[in-house]
Design a protein around this ligand. Structure first.
Ligand SMILES: Cc1cc2nc3c(=O)[nH]c(=O)nc-3n(C[C@H](O)[C@H](O)[C@H](O)COP(=O)(O)OP(=O)(O)OC[C@H]3O[C@@H](n4cnc5c(N)ncnc54)[C@H](O)[C@@H]3O)c2cc1C
Length: 451
């Protein structure tokens, strides 16, 4: 396979030495359809060296709870098993990657380090620190975006339409099928593969255990592929008409799999593109999956303030500042929001949906975040409350799409200025009456009320 070098970013240009190639799996937690793993394998074969996979369990990653750790660890168990079938050892480390990976590389006399791409501040800082502390080449491969994020644009795109033009031009080159992972040849000195004791791993994680795991979705790459086929077969046809109705099951529900990398977005787009289904539905789905999702990675990659007021567009900051002192009819504390104790049954139902299922309907997320802006004393506080709750309860929280979604709702990011109004300034407004006209609000409230 001739690897597409546009996917690669080089963090450390040292010369490779003899020794295993290590793939530090971070964001793309799967054995199949994973460009970073495929690249690491290609390098190992070229260098005639073994390939190892390593994953770091980081205590309390960006406020993740038992809900997200449980999903992730059960997914890793499947991936570890699938890698073992390819004779690829999987090593679990505990601690911050820049602290534990250099030691692992030295202990295993590694010749090269490969990782996947993640635009979030903390993980970028890990890579930077790592690159300064290791003496082997360190290559990052974008295995999350269909068109590699560092390649498609070197700036924060203004809106979906500016990125869409580039996507349309480049997609035919990038939206292809994947080669298979090759079974690794066992040599005499090949290490024995000992899988971790996964239930023990989960038990020992230092996380908030009050946010329970959810049962409606099965973790891991095998279930992810099955869920993808189920969606394409049974629900893609109506996606265009049903997706914006929170009282219907019109969305794919694949975001947790995409977030943890159990499912490759490229595999999903490839299968949707060739599926026999309504063309408008296919186009609408690919717009969300490719343009909107990859726009979020672009936003976080090029805007270090992706989760703060300072990261908004100048027009939005000026407009929100002008309305900073507008009186608020209602204000709530973080605790009141978290307990779903506002005066608005629709907002409370959305909050409950997220707390209980770990996945609020996409349409409701916009309403939910905008009301937090309306009912808090400042935009800064609204951002921090929305991000805190989103990242604590959503199964796929701590994702660029989450930071971009909150910034869109509260700060007009990737949106345009609308008519000037109280509190919101020129940020797009949403209200209860608008929701009532759009869908059966009572049904949604009934299904998500506290029992
Ligand atoms: C306030 C707010 C918070 C959000 N928080 C998150 C979050 O924490 N994690 C997260 O992954 N997404 C987040 N989103 C984006 C979006 O709401 C979800 O990705 C989507 O609802 C997931 O459900 P689904 O997979 O069933 O979506 P589908 O409608 O089936 O879409 C398929 C895929 O397209 C992508 N997608 C869909 N809508 C968007 C969007 N608006 N922006 C970017 N990508 C999109 C997702 O990868 C999604 O899985 C947020 C949006 C808002 C407005």
């Amino acid at each position: 396979m001739a690897f597409d070098h546009r996917r690669i970013h080089i963090w450390n240009r040292s010369e490779p030495t003899d020794g295993p190639v290590v793939y530090w799996m971070q964001r793309d937690q799967r054995s199949e359809d994973n460009w970073a793993l495929l690249y690491a394998q290609e390098q190992a074969l070229l260098m005639k060296q073994p390939l190892l996979v390593v994953f770091c369990i980081v205590p309390g990653f960006l406020g993740a709870t038992l809900r997200q750790y449980g999903f992730m660890i059960k997914g890793l168990e499947i991936t570890c098993r699938k890698l073992a079938r390819h004779n690829i050892p999987f090593n679990l480390l505990r601690g911050l990657p820049p602290d534990v990976i250099p030691r692992f590389l030295v202990e295993n006399e590694a010749g090269m380090l490969v990782t996947d791409f993640n635009p979030l501040r903390m993980t970028t800082e890990w890579r930077r620190r790592l690159s300064e502390h290791i003496e082997v080449p360190f290559h990052e491969v974008d295995a999350h975006n269909i068109i590699p994020s560092r390649f498609i644009s070197d700036k924060s795109e203004y809106a979906a339409f500016t990125l869409r033009k580039k996507v349309e031009r480049l997609l035919p080159e990038f939206l292809c099928d994947f080669p298979p992972l090759v079974k690794q040849r066992k040599t005499d000195d090949f290490p024995e593969i000992h899988p971790p004791d996964w239930p023990k791993v989960l038990k020992s994680c230092e996380v908030d255990r009050k946010v329970a795991e959810v049962e409606w979705i099965v973790p891991g790459e095998v279930a992810a592929v099955a869920a993808m086929h189920d969606f394409i077969k049974n629900r893609l046809e109506q996606y265009h008409t049903d997706r914006n109705f929170p009282d219907k099951k019109g969305q794919s529900d694949l975001s947790p799999y995409l977030h943890f990398g159990h499912l490759s977005a490229q595999r999903l787009a490839f299968e949707v593109q060739r599926a026999e289904a309504d063309l408008e539905s296919k186009m609408a789905f690919l717009e969300e999956l490719i343009v909107r999702r990859e726009l979020a990675d672009n936003f976080c990659l090029h805007n270090p303030n992706y989760d703060h007021f300072e990261g908004f567009q100048p027009w939005a900051k000026a407009s929100l500042n002008k309305h900073r002192d507008d009186p608020r009819e209602y204000t709530y504390s973080l605790e009141q929001f978290e307990q779903a104790q506002t005066h608005d049954p629709l907002w409370n139902a959305a909050q409950q949906e997220m707390v209980i299922t770990g996945k609020m309907h996409g349409f409701m997320r916009m309403y939910w975040a905008k009301k937090i802006l309306e009912w808090t004393p400042s935009t800064e506080e609204a951002m921090s409350i929305a991000i805190y709750l989103n990242d604590k309860y959503e199964l796929e929280g701590r994702d660029p799409s989450g930071y971009a979604g909150v910034a869109w709702s509260i700060g007009g990011t990737h949106d345009r200025p609308w008519g000037d109004r109280n509190i919101f300034g020129m940020i797009r407004y949403m209200n209860y009456q608008g929701c009532k006209r759009k869908f059966n609000v009572e049904n949604y409230i009934r299904s998500n009320s506290k029992s």
